[in-house]
Design a protein around this ligand. Structure first.
Ligand SMILES: Nc1ncnc2c1ncn2[C@@H]1O[C@H](COP(=O)(O)OP(=O)(O)OP(=O)(O)O)[C@@H](O)[C@H]1O
Ligand SMILES: [Mg+2]
Length: 279
């Protein structure tokens, strides 16, 4: 368990990193969302990201998904090669903060959307999606529309779409944020099973420290805006993780450490909002 304070230094596995970001900043008009963010992600890692609201987590994902270009001066390396953010478009699978299911498409046709857009034949994609239904707990629901599904099921359809778009790196932006605690904890265990079977690399944003620790090999705590990686915490809890691991002394010690770091950043973020309101 080694916490490391990181101004902008990438993580240990630099030599074999799947993705390395150095000194990434992003400005929107007068708002500086990210400032000097550095991180390195190893193949197969499950890395969770926490930080105050508005600190630039989704902005970071938009950059890694190739949807936003960072300010000049930073560096991105993917699979050992230096690249622009736009080169990553289509190279990573991305589940945005909102599930973005199309209401007029059935479960199957929502699940195949990304691969269909990529040029896969609809009949082949549907066949593949049918095979994946049991694993995603959606057997028998293939012809339903999103409004006929529970919140947890909708999230599983969105996740199935992200898994079907088969890329080494998956970005999941608060996928379970809207779920009740019980469904959420079931989904977390299910995601770990699926992750272990498919051996993908996952970057996962959450507001929930328990979730970040339960899922992650490492937790990144982001600073208040402008965001950078303030703390990187290795989570050396054994896998597979059982639900009751959250009551272990190791888990609680890690949680205390993370909460302190997040609390400090959330206060900064709150104070800066207040000073703007009262200015
Ligand atoms: N396309 C954009 N145009 C202008 N400003 C933006 C844009 N995207 C993000 N921002 C600003 O950048 C900052 C960071 O936003 P971002 O959505 O990345 O935060 P976040 O950490 O994901 O927040 P939350 O936890 O609430 O989802 C915010 O101040 C936001 O208003
Ligand atoms: Mg966000």
């Amino acid at each position: 368990m080694n916490a490391r304070m990181l101004p902008d230094t990438p993580a240990p596995s630099r030599r074999h990193a799947l993705l390395t970001l150095r000194d990434i900043s992003k400005t929107f008009g007068t708002v500086k969302a990210l400032d000097g963010l550095g991180v390195s992600i190893a193949p197969g890692e499950f890395v969770t990201v926490v930080g105050p609201s508005g600190c630039g987590k989704s902005t970071l994902f938009n950059i890694v998904a190739g949807l936003e270009e960072p300010d000049a001066g930073g560096q991105i390396e993917f699979l050992g090669k230096s690249c622009k953010a736009r080169d990553l478009l289509g190279q990573v699978s991305f589940m945005p903060q909102r599930d973005l299911l199309l209401p007029w498409r059935t479960v199957i046709d929502n699940a195949i959307l990304a691969v269909e857009m990529e040029g896969a034949r609809r009949s082949d994609a549907r066949r593949h999606a049918f095979e994946m239904l049991p694993e995603f707990g959606l057997t028998g629901f293939e012809s339903q529309y999103p409004h006929q599904l529970s919140g947890g099921m909708r999230q599983r359809v969105a996740l199935m779409r992200t898994f079907m778009f088969n890329r080494d790196l998956m970005l999941l932006d608060e996928p379970f944020g809207a779920l009740d605690a019980l469904t959420r904890s079931m989904m977390q265990r299910w995601l770990l099973d699926v992750w272990q079977k498919h051996r993908r690399t996952i970057l996962f944003i959450t507001h929930d420290v328990d979730e970040a620790l339960f899922l992650g090999d490492r937790v990144l705590v982001m600073s208040a805006r402008p965001g950078h990686v303030k703390l990187e915490q290795a989570v050396e809890l054994p896998r597979p993780r059982r639900a009751d691991i959250v009551t272990s002394p190791e888990f609680i010690a890690l949680k205390r450490l993370l909460l302190e770091a997040i609390e400090e950043e959330s206060m900064k973020s709150f104070m800066s909002t207040q000073s703007k309101v009262h200015a």
